[in-house]
Every structure is written in C-alpha cells, then in structure tokens.
Design a protein around this ligand. Structure first.
Ligand code: M6R
Length: 626
C-alpha cells in the first residue's frame, strides 16, 4: 500500500523523505514522488518504478527549503505511471494520499462541470482540486481541508502542503495509518514509524477522523470538527538497526533466521515459573499507553474472569494470519473444548455472522492495519462480542479498537511475505489455548508444566531446522522443473500446507495449492503426474499412518514427492524423491517447526528464479484498502 512521508525542519527535506520512503518500500509500490517548497515555489518530481528511478531523476537537482512531502504509490485508480504518481499539485496545493475515495466519479463529474483540468486518472488528484478551490475562499489550509472532508467517502489519509504557507503541513486520517514524529525544531508525519525511527523515538498515532497541523515548532491535533485534542506522545524503544538487513541478503531471510529469538520473545512475557500467566491483556483498558503500567496480577484475574464466560470463539484474519488462526482452532478446541469458528475477514464482515452471547472474537493481524480485519473487529463490537486482538504493531488501528490486547512481539517485519509474525502468532495461540484449558479446568497443573516445557524447547529446535538450510536450498533447486505444486497435510499440518503454498505463490509466482491430504481422492488426484510436485507434511502425530497412505496413493500415480517428517524416517525416505527431516515435537508445536522449511524453500526458489523476494510483484505489506 502507499507510503507517505512529510517533513518540516532544518535538514534537507529531500534526504529525510527519500530515507523515509526507503523504509516504507516494504509496503509495496509502483511509483514514487516528492514535492519540496522553497521561496513560494514547489519543486515536484515523480517517477515510475522503484525509488531508484526517482533518485536518478533528482541527483542533478538542487533542493532547498524546509518543508516537503513524499509518496510511494500502490496503484488503485489508474495504471502505474508518472502522471498518476503522487504528489499531485493543483494551484499551489500539493497532496499525497493513501486509500480510496469511493465517490470519486461524482466528484470528478462536478469538478469537470466547474471547468477543472484533471491531469491524472487518480481519485487523489480530485482531492487536491477540492482543497485548492476551498483554500482560495478560506485562505487557511487547515480550514480548507476540514471543509471538504464531508464531501469524501471512503477510507483515506492525506498530507497537504500549500505554497502560500511554507511552515505548515496538514494531515488527515480516516483509515490508512498515519503517525506524527516529534523532533526538536522539526516534525514529521508518515505512514509508519519505521520511516522515522532514525530521526526520533517520540510518536503520536492519529485516530480516524483526526486532523493534525504541523509546523517546525508545533504539532496540534484536532477532531474533524476542529475541536482541539490533547494526546501525549509515546516513546518507542526500537533501535534503527532493527529495520536494517544486518548483513543478510534480504529482509525475508533475516526475518526467517530471527525466528528462534522471536518465538522466545513472544512467549517470554506470559510465562511465569513454568506457568502460563497472560501478561497485561488489558481488557477494557482504554488508553493503550497504560498497558505497561497496569498491575499484572489484577489484569490476569480480569482476563481469567472474562475468559471463563466464553462459550464460543471466532478467529478472524486474512492471508497468513488466517492460516495461523486455523491452527489456533485445532489448539483451542483440543485443549479447552470451546468451539472455534475461523473466518477470512473479508467474508466475515459481509456474511452477516451470527455471534451468540458470550462469544470472543479474536482478530489476528501482523500489521494491525488490514482494512477487512479492522472492519471485522468493529462489526464484532457492534454485535456485542468481547474482542481480543493479536498484532505485531502496538498501537496499530486494530490494536486500538480491541477490548483486549496480545502481541506477537516479533519486532518489525519488513519482508512482504510474513514469516516470523506467523511463528510468533502460533506461540501466542498455544499460550491462549493453554489459558482457556486452565480456565475451563481441563488442564491439570502437571499437564500445564509439560506443555510449557515443550514450548520452551521450541527456539532451540528451530535453530536445528535452520541449520538444515543447505538441504532446503538443494530441494528448491530441484523444484524449479515442476509445473505445479500440491502441498498437503492433515490436522494442524493442513493450514501449514496452505501457508507453504501461499509462500510459493507470492515469492516464486508458481501455481501451488494447499489441501487437506484426506481430500486428495475428491479431486486433486486427477492433477497428479510427473510434472506435479507433491509437498507432504507428515509429522509423527495421530494422523501419521493416514497421511502416509495418501503419500503412497500420490506416488502410485507418478507424483514426485517431497516429504517433511519427524527426524530420520526410513519408511518416508523410501517413498520420497526428497526427504527433509524436522526435529520431533508435540503435535501442537509441529506447525512452528514445519513452516520453516516451507519459508526457506520458497525463498531460495524465488532467488534462483531471480524475483524480488522482499517486495513480490503486485503485493503490499499492509493492506489498508479492502
Ligand atoms: O497484517 P496482516 O497480518 O493482517 O496481513 C494479512 C495478509 O495480508 C498477510 O498475511 C499476507 O497474506 C502476507 N503477504 C503473507 O505472506
């Protein structure tokens, strides 16, 4: 999705904007641009393609001034091109925009009737026209922005600059995230803190329908009706290095290798003396800034009280987070006997879901900004459900909306393909399942101890999986000859099969499907021939024998089998073209280990094929439009 950076201060705005936009590249984009104001004139430069093209265009340019805005565009209205790239400039107003203006056709018709000259195919330029018209009347940029807001329908964030006021940026958020960064005699606004973390650690997150007025010295926050709002900044302790590659060739590879530490960090706050004690879930704590300060024991009592009332759980998410949620269903149902429904957020929000009394709606989102998941949590609240969010980004929109809060604690995930956010989510889902099991009195203290011990052994088992990387690389080499891929598994390995297929699709652009192995006879068997690779996930769990039968069936039809199994297994080896061993673990933890070879094989295959691993084509990290 689009990335926005705005700056006012004594540094060269061009440098701040380009460095910020680079940090936002992970979001996905197809063109970029910047506008810098100096001596009442705007220098506007835009380019199709990656930031490198924009940088090449500006190397010969001289930039002065203290204020500017920049943008990376992910096309929604109008093809990726220089004329559709942002900023859009209309009579002294420069604007960058993220999101969608749903009623843009009506606005366009009206503007054309009034004689406006429209230069792009975007909905964004139309907003610049509306503001340019309005500012001629109000002579005040903030008022002009406020006055046009009611004309716009959709989900959008904008940052605007005006030639007649070289010490002011106005930003508005209703949907896609915007955060203000505070400095000394300088201020920033961006789509994500990652763009600004090397300049400041003090941030104010904007809520929906808030306007912010930035000058070099001051930041003032208002409701869209112009009422002043007081909000204390939060201080983030992220070091800038966390958003660098640190010697790895790709962010994705770095993030795959960070997983042992990330999963340890995910469980650390919630394990006390080998017991699961969920820390500071903060049900009903309105101000997220206070989460770290609440009394953990009181909070744990509240959490258990709330959980004891729960009779049904809905897990809602998109993409990889959804597959994690499907594993959560197996875990929670097995350990606590509470029925769990899983739903893709874009389906849930439009299917008029029936949510009985005493339901918990758990949303999972790495970014915390996915538009459909955000809408789902709002709907769940409207229907009276208790909501709990599991996010990686603290203070993200979904985190702010939920009644209770859990975190993946994975650190920034930059690669578009999700890796460590997935495995850390599985850790938290295990903790949640154990908690429900305890609350429902289905897990004894002894069982809890064993479950926790197993969980604590996972980081070192992941290290072992990572040490086999050279085998996954060789396996990836062999995969390039196949025309298609079927990933299969049973039980908790079924969502892992779907996640493995998704990784291959998004990184290597190959057709891959994830299937429940038991479904093979009901259709997919027809696909199998020697050009079809079958990736079978066969851990030594209760489904082992049944999955091996499926494997034999596929082999008998000429399928080329790549098997992942627990430890050395001669039987699996003899049936498979390639056999990849994974350390033995309990059934509930196998997904955390088995997904790692999937991530690495997809990564290596994409590299072999020469694709952009960190930013696969057409994809965005943070899907803030539906
Ligand atoms: O930020 P979220 O977890 O809500 O994102 C959901 C999906 O967009 C995301 O998992 C997507 O499927 C990834 N590209 C998968 O690698």
């Amino acid at each position: 999705m689009c990335g926005i950076v705005g700056y006012l201060g004594n540094l060269n705005p061009k440098d701040v904007i380009i460095s910020g936009l680079k940090k936002l590249e992970y979001r996905g984009y197809d063109s970029a641009g910047l506008a810098i104001l100096h001596n009442g004139e705007t220098k506007l430069i835009r380019a199709l393609g990656k930031l490198k093209s924009l940088e090449e265009k500006i190397t010969s340019e001289q930039f002065n001034g203290h204020i500017g805005i920049g943008h990376t565009r992910w096309a929604t209205h109008g093809v990726p091109s220089e004329r559709n790239a942002h900023p859009h400039k209309v009579r002294g107003i420069s604007l960058v925009h993220n999101g969608i203006i749903e009623n843009y056709l009506d606005i366009k018709e009206e503007l054309v009737k009034q004689g406006a000259k429209i230069n792009s195919d975007t909905d964004s330029e139309l907003v610049a026209h509306l503001i340019a018209n309005e500012v001629e009347i109000t002579k005040d940029l903030k008022k002009a922005v406020e006055n046009i807001l009611d004309k716009l329908k959709g989900a959008f964030s904008i940052v605007v600059m005006w030639e007649k006021n070289p010490n002011e940026l106005i930003a508005f958020k209703d949907g896609p995230p915007l955060v203000v960064g505070l400095g000394k005699s300088e201020n920033f606004v961006a789509s994500d803190v990652q763009a600004l973390i090397s300049y400041t650690n003090q941030f104010i997150y904007l809520n929906d329908r808030e306007v912010v007025q930035l000058s070099q010295e001051k930041v003032r926050l208002f409701s869209s009706q112009g009422v002043a709002i007081e909000r204390k900044p939060i201080v983030l302790n992220w070091s800038p290095e966390l958003v660098e590659k640190q010697g790895f060739s790709h962010f994705m590879l770095k993030e795959i290798y960070e997983q042992p530490r990330a999963v340890a960090m995910a469980m650390e706050p919630h394990i006390l003396n080998h017991r699961v004690v969920l820390k500071n879930v903060g049900f009903h704590e309105k101000d997220l800034h206070h989460l770290d300060q609440i009394d953990p024991l009181k909070d744990w009592e509240t959490t258990q009280k709330e959980f004891s009332k729960i009779e049904r759980i809905f897990i809602i998410a998109c993409g990889t987070s959804f597959y994690a949620g499907q594993i959560g269903k197996y875990l929670i149902e097995n350990l606590s006997q509470i029925p769990v429904e899983t739903d893709i957020a874009s389906e849930f929000r439009y299917r008029q879901p029936i949510i009985p009394k005493n339901s918990l709606v758990l949303t999972i989102s790495q970014s915390g900004e996915t538009a459909d998941t955000l809408a789902a949590i709002r709907l769940a609240k409207e229907k009276g459900a208790l909501t709990l969010s599991l996010c990686n980004v603290k203070n993200s929109s979904i985190d702010r909306e939920a009644h209770g809060h859990l975190y993946m604690n994975a650190g920034p995930e930059i690669g578009v393909a999700s890796t460590k956010a997935f495995t850390t989510t599985l850790v938290v889902l295990n903790l949640l399942a154990i908690t429900f099991g305890k609350v429902k009195k289905l897990i004894s203290e002894e069982q809890e101890l064993t479950l926790v011990q197993e969980l604590l052994s996972i980081p070192s088992k992941m290290e072992v999986v990572l040490s086999y990387d050279k085998y996954f690389q060789t396996a990836a080499e062999n995969l390039k000859k196949f025309k298609g891929f079927l990933f299969m598994g049973r039980g908790v390995s079924y969502p892992i099969a779907m996640e493995g297929a998704l990784k291959l699709k998004e990184l290597a652009y190959l057709h891959a499907e994830g299937y429940a192995a038991g479904e093979m006879k009901h259709g997919p068997l027809a696909l199998i021939d020697e050009r079809m690779a079958i990736v079978m996930i066969v851990p030594h769990d209760a489904n082992f024998e049944k999955t091996v039968s499926n494997l034999e069936e596929a082999k008998a039809r000429g399928g080329q089998i790549i098997t992942l199994g627990s430890g050395e297994n001669e039987r699996l080896k003899s049936i498979s073209l390639t056999y990849l061993p994974v350390p033995k673990a309990e059934w509930n933890l196998n997904p955390i280990l088995y997904v790692v070879p999937m991530q690495l094989m997809a990564f290596h295959l994409a590299c072999i094929l020469g694709y952009d691993v960190d930013q696969p084509r057409n994809l965005a990290k943070s899907v803030t439009v539906e």
